[in-house]
Structures are given as C-alpha cells and as structure tokens.
Write a protein that binds this ligand. Structure first.
Ligand code: AMP
Ligand code: GLY
Length: 432
C-alpha cells in the first residue's frame, strides 16, 4: 500500500493519456500534467494541467515545485533531449526518464550504433557514420543500395529512408544532398518483421513488457510515408503470433545487455527489433514509451505503475510486473492528408461513451466551445482489449464506426489477414 504521491506528467499525446490513466488507477496518485497542447483526456484525470512547452525545463521545474511534485515522468523524447529530466532531478524531483546524455541512445543514432559496437551489444547491424555528404553518397554507390539512411538526430520518426523499400539509391543521395544533415548513419538494411519490447528500467534492473507490433506507414498494406505510428497490436502472450518464445527472449537479452552497459539508466528503454531468420536485430532504441505502443501495454498492466515509480526512486527492487493475459489492438484516427498535407478542423464525433468496451485516448485535439476538433497531428486512438487479437480488433472497428468523415484510419491493423501475412513472411524467411 503506497502513500500518496504527487506525480507530474510531461507530455500531451495519446501515450501520455495512457500513462495518466494507468497512474491514476492507483488511488494514491495525485496527478498533475503539462504539455503544449491541452489534452482533454489527461486534463480530466489530473488535479491540474498547465499549458507549457515540453522542452521548457525551467517552466516545468517551476510548475513541479508549485504543485509539490514528489515524482515526475516524461513522455516525449523532445523533453528528454532538452534536459527536462536533468532539471527536475537537480530540483529534487525524481524523474522517471533519462537525462539528456543517457537519452542520446535515442536522440543520436550515430552514438547509439557506436555504443552498441563498443559495448558489444548483440543485434547491431553493420553501419558507418558520415559527416560529409559526398562520402555518404559514394558509400551508397559502393554498397549498391541495400542500406537504411538515417539522419543522426531526431526527426519525429520520419527521417529514415530505406533504399530498395521506400527510395532508390538515386533518391536517397538526392535526399542527403537536399538536407545536408550534420551526420548520417548508413547501415545494413535489415529484413524481417518489426516489433517493439519496452522495459521499465532503474537501479540497474529492468522489467519487460509484452511485444507490440506498430505500423509506421501511413496507408493500408504498409504503403505511403512513415508516420509517428498508425496503430499496433499485442497478443495475450508476451510474444506475437509470428514469433517464438525464444525469439522474444533474445530481444529481452539485448535489452538486458544494454542496461548492464548503462547501470545508471532510469526510465523506459524501448527496443525496436527486426526479427529475421537468425533472431532479432536492433532497428533502434528509444528512451521513452512508444506512441502507440504504450497504449497497448499500459491498459493490460495489472501491477501499480505508481509502485514501479516509487521503487525506482527509493532504490528498491522494482516490482515484478503482472499483465492481464489479453490481446490489444490500437488504431489511431488521423486527419485526412496526414502526415504530408493534413487537413485540420474536423469535428470529432466519438467520445468515451460512444466507444463502448473499447478505450479512447486523445492525442492532438483542439477543444472549442462546441466540441473537439482535429489538428494537423494524430487525433485520437481507440484500443480494444480482449482474449484474442481478432476480438480486440472488432471492438476497435465497432467503436470507430462513428468516427465520421475527415479522418483516416488504417483498418488493416490487427485484421486476421494482416496477421497471417506476418506469420507467412516469417515462415518464408525461416525456410530460406
Ligand atoms: P527509426 O526512426 O530508426 O525507427 O526508423 C524508422 C523505420 O525505418 C523503422 O521502423 C524501420 O521500418 C525502418 N528502418 C530503420 N532502420 C532500418 C534498417 N537498418 N533496416 C531496415 N529498415 C530500417
Ligand atoms: N511508435 C514508434 C515510436 O514511438 O517511436
């Protein structure tokens, strides 16, 4: 039984709404939140909500002190990169999220790969880092394509170009010449099925959560530009239908090796993996929950999230995590034209009541007197939780039937056909 805690949540997206819901399920949590957008779902759960920039460390510290925060948790990577965790920690508010230096595991892709190489973390693709565009373009020619091209810095998940998949070698070179990034990573193109495993990390320990598969491409059938994530699913087991238990464990082993190399890391460590015939390789690490992946994971977490945070702060062993053995499917509704040319200002026709058994998480919405309207980012997510992926998916579709015009949804996420394609793809790779 925990004592009452005052927790400050930084961030206002769907992921943070899921964090807010999970934290406040523990009645010992008094939640305050701040973000640049007022998320109505978070505001309804919180004692207070301040509209301020997620990267304004001094304003966030001032707010934390004003509300008497005893803990803080950070959602978005932009805040981590801006040193918000460092500033809150320095002000005496224990923050579940890494400082800017440790967050480089996400915010600097060149650092991330060099770290993996130096520390001998398994699953690292072959890579090279370039500061000169000409040298990078020559390397693309030498490798005859088959590379992933990654700007080293943060690009909101939209900067990576995979040659042979999204772009030709010529287009990749033109992209590099056009943007003239300070540093780019060119790495082996990994082939397989992608999945995410997120872990709670503190005091040299980690607690892992079930695997999730996100869908980054904007359109059905994995077509179109990359987005922040259009939808995702998890199964009633830690692994996904296309994955064996030892393959899931291999991903956990990679996260463990990473935490062993970063004994002071605190917060969420998110591993994005590519599962090939030889097991999982690392696509990237993130220093925070995924969005949407958090929206799959937190609704099935039965252990008190607040207890994890207090154990982390108090240097106690992290509690073992219990999960409801349920599958989840999450679909984001985004404005038409997202991500390249989004139309905003469409009235949102669903609410907590209309979604029935499914759960609604708000992301970027504009609250006007007569209701909620879309902005230019992802609008809201609906999640189904059920015994099987199929039933969870149906719950989401039933809930979204009322979503109306002006929104786009990847209806294929979590559908039996798509899951079967993933299973068949892995079967094909394994028998090669
Ligand atoms: P990231 O921003 O690193 O998550 O990359 C965005 C997306 O690009 C990933 O989700 C993958 O689909 C793809 N990607 C990144 N790195 C690689 C790689 N080495 N091989 C193949 N695809 C990749
Ligand atoms: N869903 C991908 C991410 O949060 O980076």
């Amino acid at each position: 039984m925990s004592n009452s805690e005052t927790v400050l949540l930084v961030g206002g997206g769907g992921r943070e709404h899921a964090i807010a819901r999970s934290l406040t399920a523990d009645l010992s949590c008094d939640l305050y939140a701040c973000a640049s957008n007022r998320n109505p779902g978070i505001a309804a759960l919180a004692e207070g909500f301040e509209t301020l920039s997620e990267t304004d460390a001094s304003a966030i510290v001032e707010y934390a002190e004003r509300v008497g925060a005893t803990l803080a948790i950070i959602g978005p990577e932009s805040a981590l990169q801006a040193g918000v965790a460092d500033a809150l920690d320095a002000a005496g508010v224990y923050t579940f999220g890494p400082g800017a230096e440790a967050a480089r595991i996400e915010t600097d892709k060149a650092f991330q790969r060099e770290f993996m190489q130096t520390e001998d973390i398994p699953g690292c693709p072959d890579f090279a880092v370039f500061e000169e565009v000409d040298a990078a373009c020559e390397y693309i020619d030498e490798c005859d394509g088959d590379l992933a091209v990654k700007p080293a810095g943060l690009t909101g998940g939209k900067g990576v170009k995979v040659i042979g998949d999204q772009v030709s070698s010529e287009q990749a070179k033109a992209y590099l010449r056009e943007h003239d990034y300070d540093r780019v990573v060119l790495e082996e193109r990994l082939v397989g099925e992608e999945f995410t495993v997120q872990a709670f990390v503190a005091n040299g320990e980690l607690r892992t959560t079930p695997a999730v598969q996100d869908h980054k491409r904007a359109y059905e059938g994995d077509e179109g530009p990359n987005t922040g994530g259009m939808g995702s699913y998890s199964d009633a087991t830690p692994e996904l239908p296309f994955m064996s238990a030892p393959e899931y464990e291999a991903a956990v082993d990679i996260l463990e090796a990473t935490v062993d190399a970063l004994p002071d890391y605190k917060g969420i460590l998110y591993g994005q993996f590519m599962l090939g015939a030889d097991g999982p390789r690392v696509v990237e690490f993130n220093a925070r929950f995924g969005d949407p992946e958090a929206i799959n994971t937190l609704p099935v977490l039965e252990t008190s999230f607040l207890d994890v945070l207090t154990a982390a702060r108090d240097d106690e062993p992290l509690p073992e995590l219990d999960f409801d053995s349920a599958a989840t499917v999450c679909k984001y509704a985004v404005p038409d034209g997202y991500p390249t040319d989004p139309d905003s200002g469409v009235r949102i026709a669903v609410d907590e009541e209309s979604v029935g058994h499914a759960l609604l998480f708000y992301a970027s919405v504009d609250a006007r007197e007569d209701g909620l309207y879309t902005t230019t980012s992802r609008s809201f997510a609906v999640v189904g939780v059920a015994d099987t992926i199929e039933v969870a998916e149906q719950q989401v579709e039933d809930a979204l039937a009322a979503a109306g015009d002006g929104l786009r949804i990847r209806h294929d996420v979590g559908k039996p056909d798509l899951i079967q394609q993933r299973v068949d793809h892995m079967r094909e790779l394994r028998s090669e």
